[in-house]
Ligand binder design. Structure first.
Ligand code: ZN
Length: 625
């Protein structure tokens, strides 16, 4: 099916786009020298456009990203770039799953009491389906299963003397005695508390479904008793239907059917039974006689079609079959939520001026310059990637579906966050990925007023990484991390536009010097050190944002629920500066610090939240299996 029709663009729209192109950037005939002012003004106009509220933070589900795409394609067209796709379009479509969403019409938790009365719980208020379980349904008798833990080390087993096969189990979150000197390594979070560990045990015991409830130790009041979001524990799972229920729901069951113990105790509330287990370290697992439940936790994939925008300038001469890719992502966080460092400001436009309206403008501007200048020797493929914020999805898709064979792709230049040039210094990452790159980077530096910091490693989370992992030499320009990164405050007015143009000037030098090479750059592979050791290291429980992390610390993209990091109060968006006595200068340093430590170690963590510097203590957990 021709792409035009699929993406709804008619020939008339194409013509409009063409006309639009003429209006957008100041008219420049190909090969004409433009003044610096004119160049700065057209780059400024691009960045201002991409970062404007109209673009709605260029979220994948927004109309704004479509408007940005049209602007990019209009410039490609105006400067005569050839459509990258065989059917004559610039758009390379691919699907992005934005996470599973609950099917509220069919999801359900209905409890039936011994007297036949029923409780149909309210979705989002009394219960929440959790995606880490299974996209499925189950019916069965209810069993109270304590914390759902089996631990030889602590001589504690909630599964002793109870058969939960085919039953729906009620399980308390976390683990007993999470206080100093307590069992289960006291305040440290042991793997017994990990969701996956609990699900694994329930699944092994053939339980039919789980009703999960917050422990009172961490959620002592109704206000604190918050239901997790459907994807809090991950966006996939296939063990058993998993519903998070409010403590009040379990209290209603126990009020009607108190739990009994062999020593004659009786508990008609969750708080009481939890205190008993905590005090005596004795399980109280038993059938909730006469109770049954229907648990339906149904999800559907929420997907969108996103587009890489690909324009080509052919080379001339014997090297014209060799290809250089110039790229940067144009998507961003839209109205917040996933990836935002300010979860509490969901709904606000995350304009993404630095990230990555600036890099998108670099790709477009370099395309103009190459199109307007002397014909290159090699083919140049300009790609504005999408789906980067969701995990480099667009660039990974491209290297699996390249429009030009990767074997002919001899280098890749990536631009991600070049809008905050400070002290006239830009970071050039990946220089170690080819033998010739250090000279090229330094010579380009001598040819321009900017200064550079050379970083050999290519291990930074942005769109050059999939190319590097395919054995293609890469360089990645970056002006560094900012405190407003991935917040609604990453706005146009905060940028250094002159600085961005200086980075582009420098990058044009890089590009032309690669093109002058008689032979393709020689790829040099460098594996991150200690990869396997990292897997065995004590558990912290953060997901770093590699794109933002650098010499100024590790930016936390997300904190795993029930992890040591969560227990220490670390949050999404915090920037870890030091751990113990070690200054964290990149992900590698953090990994090495963890490898050198052991489970149970208490480490002082210094971090930045916004502009404020703070400290906390983390008690490292056992390695996750
Ligand atoms: Zn970015």
């Amino acid at each position: 099916m021709p792409l035009h029709i699929r993406c709804g663009l008619t020939h008339i729209a194409c013509c409009c786009l063409f006309l639009l192109g003429i209006m957008i950037s100041p008219p420049q005939t190909l090969g004409e020298e433009l003044s610096r002012e004119a160049v700065v003004s057209r780059v400024r106009s691009d960045i201002e456009f991409f970062a404007s509220d109209d673009q709605e933070g260029r979220g994948l589900e927004t109309k704004g990203i479509e408007r940005s795409a049209e602007r990019i394609m209009a410039e490609y067209q105006k400067f005569g770039l050839l459509p990258g796709m065989p059917e004559g379009s610039y758009r390379q479509p691919f699907e992005v799953t934005l996470g599973d969403v609950v099917i509220s019409e069919v999801s359900r938790v209905k409890l039936t009491a011994p007297n036949g009365s029923t409780m149909d719980l309210k979705l989002g208020d009394e219960y929440q389906p959790i995606r880490r379980g299974k996209n499925s349904a189950a019916t069965g008798g209810l069993v109270f299963l304590g914390y759902g833990i089996t631990s030889e080390e602590d001589a504690y087993d909630d599964y002793a003397d109870i058969d939960v096969e085919g039953k729906i189990v009620v399980v308390i979150r976390r683990e007993p005695q999470s206080y100093d000197g307590g069992a289960f390594k006291g305040t440290a979070t042991t793997s017994n508390a990990y969701i996956d560990r609990k699900l694994e045990l329930m699944s092994k015991a053939k339980a039919a479904a789980v009703l999960f409830v917050n422990d009172f130790a961490s959620c002592p009041t109704p206000e604190k008793d918050e239901l997790a979001t459907p994807s809090s524990f991950g966006n996939d799972g296939d063990t058993l239907p998993f519903a998070h229920v409010k403590q009040a729901v379990v209290d209603r069951i126990l009020a009607a059917t108190p739990l009994k113990t062999s020593d004659g105790s009786s508990f008609s509330s969750l708080r009481e039974v939890e205190q008993y287990i905590d005090t005596n370290l004795k399980p109280v697992s038993q059938e909730l006689t006469g109770w049954s439940a229907d648990v339906v936790t149904k999800f559907q994939a929420n997907t969108v079609i996103a587009y890489n925008l690909i324009g080509i300038i052919e080379g001339e001469g014997p090297l014209s079959d060799e290809t250089i890719v110039i790229g940067g992502h144009y998507d961003h966080l839209g109205f917040g939520g996933f990836g935002s460092r300010t979860p509490n400001r969901r709904g606000e436009i995350h304009n993404g001026a630095d990230d990555n309206a600036s890099g998108t403008a670099a790709v477009v501007e370099l395309a103009r310059r190459i199109a307007s200048g002397p014909k290159p020797r090699r083919r140049m493929v300009f790609i504005c990637f999408s789906g980067e914020e969701r995990g480099l999805i667009g660039s990974n898709y491209y290297v699996k579906h390249p429009v030009i064979p990767l074997a002919d792709t001899v280098a890749m230049l990536n631009f991600d966050m070049i809008g905050n040039l400070k002290n006239n210094v830009v970071e050039v990452n990946g220089v170690g990925s080819a033998m010739e790159f250090r000279n090229i980077a330094l010579n380009a530096d001598n040819a321009t007023p900017i200064n550079i910091t050379i970083i050999d490693s290519a291990f930074a989370g942005s769109d050059h990484l999939p190319f590097y992992q395919k054995g293609i030499p890469v360089m990645f320009c970056f002006t560094g991390m900012t405190s407003i990164y991935h917040t609604p405050d990453d706005d146009f007015k905060t940028l250094n536009i002159e600085g961005a143009v200086s980075v582009i000037d420098y990058s044009e030098q890089l590009l032309r010097r690669i093109d002058e090479l008689e032979k393709p750059p020689t790829f040099v592979s460098a594996q991150p050190r200690n990869r396997r050791a990292a897997v065995r290291s004590p558990y912290l429980g953060i997901q770093p944002d590699l794109a933002a992390s650098g010499t100024e610390g590790i930016v936390i993209r997300s904190v795993r629920e029930d992890s040591p990091a969560a227990a220490s109060g670390l949050q999404t968006g915090d920037v870890i500066i030091s751990v113990g006595e070690t200054k964290v200068e990149g992900y590698q340093t953090l990994i090495e610090t963890l490898i050198a430590a052991k489970p149970g170690d208490k480490l002082k963590v210094t971090f930045k939240r916004g502009d404020e510097e703070k400290q906390t203590e983390v008690t490292l957990g056992e390695p996750r299996r």
